[in-house]
Design a protein around this ligand. Sequence first.
Ligand SMILES: Cc1cc2nc3c(=O)[nH]c(=O)nc-3n(C[C@H](O)[C@H](O)[C@H](O)COP(=O)(O)OP(=O)(O)OC[C@H]3O[C@@H](n4cnc5c(N)ncnc54)[C@H](O)[C@@H]3O)c2cc1C
Length: 665
Amino acid sequence: MALDSKIPKGPLSDKWTTHKNNINLVNPANKRNIDVIVVGTGLAGGSAAATLAELGYNVKAFCFQDSPRRAHSIAAQGGINAAKNYQGDGDSTYRLFYDTVKGGDYRSREANVYRLAEVSTNIIDQCVAQGVPFARDYGGLLDNRSFGGVLVSRTFYAKGQTGQQLLLGAYSAMNRQIGRGKIKMYNRHEMLDVVIIDGKARGIITRNLVTGEIERHSGHAVVLGSGGYGNVFYLSTNAMGSNVTAAWKAHKRGAYFANPCYTQIHPTCIPVSGDHQSKLTLMSESLRNDGRIWVPKKLEDAKAIQNKTLKPTAIAEEDRDYFLERRYPAFGNLVPRDVASRAAKERCDAGFGVNATGEAVFLDFASAIIRYGKEQAHVKGLNENDENLVKSLGKKVVKSKYGNLFQMYEKIVDENPYETPMMIYPAVHYTMGGIWVDYNLQTTVPGLYAIGEANFSDHGANRLGASALMQGLADGYFVLPYTIGNYLSDDIRTGAISTESKEFEEAEKNVRQQIDKLINNKGTKPVDYFHKRLGKIMWNKCGMARNEKELKEAIEEISALREEFYKEVLVPGDANEFNEELAKAGRVADFLELGELFAKDALVREESAGGHFREEYQTAEGEAQRRKEFQFVSAWEYKGEPKDAQLHKEELVYENIEVKERSYK
Ligand SMILES: Cc1cc2nc3c(=O)[nH]c(=O)nc-3n(C[C@H](O)[C@H](O)[C@H](O)COP(=O)(O)OP(=O)(O)OC[C@H]3O[C@@H](n4cnc5c(N)ncnc54)[C@H](O)[C@@H]3O)c2cc1C
């Protein structure tokens, strides 16, 4: 099938308005006769469900947690971007568009990104109206800070808990509709298949995670807001439950999977401490506003720190290598995540790492504490030369900005980051790849939509900080509710979709077979055994740096591991009860297929772009080297085994932005 991205004609800045003016609408009375299924109630799914219900559609919303409030979105710390230009620092819709396309290393679709920048301002108004407590400045106006890859302050935030506050807003909006009976909420339900009737998505099959019951649900359209798949790496900053199953099942039913190998490795995470770990913790990018990243200049100092015979605070200023400031003076510590991650890896690979494993760099707030402290002393008319006073005043400012993050760090690492620099290292954080969607956010299956992190849409090869929340809420509050109407306008006379069809029958059978297979396998190894091994292959051979040889090995190894999984996996308990191990087994089975496609995608892409770094393609300075021939989205069609997946290309056309060398110097 040829890919049609359905980008509206006309000038970039008019496309969205023109499109909205021309697409079909469904009148309010007819909306009452239309059912929409929304899988996922994080920021993307939650905002979509609430808005669709407010518009009058009957919404059935699903999540696997016990409440939408527990979606992974709640973990988002640093903030959400919007081109409000409240700081008067030169921001604009165009600049946000430009930064996002450049940040993504010129591998995203212009029209989608421009629309994202356009609606970004509405999101802030919407959330403020809901009562989201964004940080405010001294005068009571909304405050901003800066994130990587940009030269303006456009990030709105609520301390280090922005996702939580935004989710409470979306959840309240959903609850109003649950109260009105317009949203029927199915907590603890896991979608395990999509039902396609006459080529259109018409329903889903779910498993009730508490009782084990398999259920059929029908709708006129299905929306997937099921999040990202970073947990294919086993260790990531994602919530433990985040998985690819919903997206993967959709892929198997005809939805193309785009750019699966585009993963974001976030530079500021608490380093891995051992094999027992099941989760990694992010230290928000917002910390790079004030924290300075460094390693010792001298190898002997690095070794002494690794052996704990030298304290970082004992290293003189001139013996510290602030490598981001050195290499990228214009953006300094606020270079994009892919650039910062690679630079940290480069220093650690050269032996300058600062923890026992040699895989950590410092994130240091000492200068910020002094800077803020002096300012406070000046403002209060106190002695700016009193070192203790200045430090104490400075710490208070830092605490007011990042207090909860510092507390979290201290709890995990047992070191006080106000006194000694934090240790950080890159970790898997976000997936730019996902289900391919057109301008309307529709997948290659009519009536099946994908929003938020589940789709591939706006971030190209690298997502800029604070843009995921922006995209998820743009999709859910402001884009999908319009575009889905165009599709549903054909369904006003369809009537309720029966679940008693052969297609529902077949999909349910398919789900039951997989569950029976896993439960009856009675192997000897727990699910995590396979997940950990998959994670190791992914991290070592498809991680921050990849090459042809290792990618080929990864493909073979993942395929063999999948075979072993089906021979050896042990899933205790029963299918008709609460069985977390069974749910996990199903998710890992899907990761084992996705992982292979991921490696295959990385192998095909013979260039380095953003978060995707092929060692064979780098500049003399070790920067990513893009190639014009690869200016496309890879969209994979399911053909049975991952090795047989068929590649389709969506060529990316840049008419409003000049594709240049991506420099942050
Ligand atoms: C630690 C951390 C901090 C972050 N900080 C920021 C930040 O400051 N700014 C920013 O912009 N981004 C941030 N991000 C990224 C951002 O949080 C996510 O990209 C975003 O929240 C994803 O939202 P979502 O709605 O697409 O998916 P999610 O929030 O992951 O929600 C997925 C939903 O789908 C449901 N689901 C999944 N599969 C199924 C299934 N099979 N059946 C039924 N339901 C299913 C889940 O139950 C859940 O409700 C951060 C990410 C992490 C990990």
